[in-house]
Unconditional design. Structure first.
Length: 75
C-alpha cells in the first residue's frame, strides 16, 4: 500500500506500507463492531482484493483532490 499526500505549502509525504500489515484479524476486529458488516463479509472482501491485485496489479483505492491538498492511496 502506498499513501501519497501533497500540499501546496509543504513537501510531499509518501508512506509505503506492506499489504500484509493489514491483517484480516485486525480489520475484522474493528470493522465488525458495526452492525452492517459481518466478519465473513470482510474476509471475502480482503480475499477478493488480494486476488484482484495478483491478477491485474495494483489499483487506486482512494484519490482526493482539493485546492490545497492531494491524497492518493494505492493498493
Amino acid at each position: 500500500m502506498k499513501i501519497v499526500i501533497k500540499s501546496k505549502f509543504k513537501l510531499p509525504i509518501v508512506i509505503y506500507l506492506p499489504n500484509s500489515l493489514i491483517s484480516p484479524k485486525l480489520i475484522t476486529k474493528y470493522v465488525s463492531k458495526e452492525d452492517e458488516f459481518s466478519s465473513e463479509d470482510i474476509l471475502k472482501l480482503i480475499n477478493i482484493t488480494k486476488k484482484y491485485v495478483k491478477e491485474n496489479g495494483h489499483f487506486t483505492f482512494v484519490e482526493v483532490k482539493s485546492d490545497d491538498c492531494y491524497v492518493k492511496i494505492t493498493v
